[in-house]
Design a protein around this ligand. Structure first.
Ligand SMILES: [Zn+2]
Length: 204
């Protein structure tokens, strides 16, 4: 029915999170029928995206690559941040949600994934060495674990408390203001702010 190029575009669009077959078709048809300029602008942006934007070399947040080829995010560049406090999150989306709440004046570390024995993700799959190195290098005195309130999120928090135990940093966990199994990304700013303010120490 459809030209091959369009089918291919639809298949690619449908791989985006939250985009089903129908939405992919709507996007693709819009791009070819009305969005000529949009299609070429998107093409330019997407074509250079992987080179221009990369994970921050310190914390894993999204960062723009500078002319020297370094990728350091805005939070890591901000000298007014409190380097003694490090907030550990699972994903960049969680970092963005916490930033929006305004409750965090320290820095971040993005794990990229959670400990999940059922899915075969063990401690060795997590960037624990990088995290420990950062804690020591920056003289971090408190690590706030802001993993989601799920089975995997709790298991990850306990693992981090154990691993960071000998590093002399206090390890705390955000309070359970966010519903169990909930996504930090979808928690409102006040709830997230309260969860951070109400954090409790966890013992490794
Ligand atoms: Zn960074």
């Amino acid at each position: 029915m459809l030209p091959d190029r369009l089918s291919r575009l639809m298949q690619l669009l449908a791989r985006l999170p939250g985009v089903g077959e129908k939405t992919a078709q709507r996007f693709a048809l819009h791009l070819v029928s009305e969005g000529g300029e949009l299609a070429s602008d998107l093409g330019v942006e997407l074509g250079t995206l992987a080179e221009a934007v990369r994970p921050c070399e310190h914390c894993g947040n999204i960062a723009e690559v500078d002319p020297a080829g370094r990728s350091v995010c805005n939070v890591c560049r901000d000298t007014r941040r409190d380097s003694s406090v490090l907030c550990v999150v699972a994903r960049v989306q969680d970092l963005l949600a916490i930033e929006k709440s305004g409750a965090m004046r320290g820095r971040y570390f993005v794990l990229g994934r959670l400990l999940s024995p059922l899915d075969g993700i063990g401690p060795e799959e997590l960037p624990l060495d990088r995290l420990l190195a950062l804690v020591r290098q920056r003289g971090v005195t408190e690590v706030i674990v802001a993993t989601p309130p799920s089975v995997d999120g709790e298991a990850t928090a306990l693992l981090l408390a154990r691993e960071l135990g000998p590093s002399a940093a206090r390890v705390s966990r955000i309070a359970s203001g966010v519903p169990h199994g909930g996504d930090l990304e979808f928690a409102d700013q006040i709830t997230l702010g309260r969860a951070i303010d109400g954090r409790r120490n966890i013992d490794g």
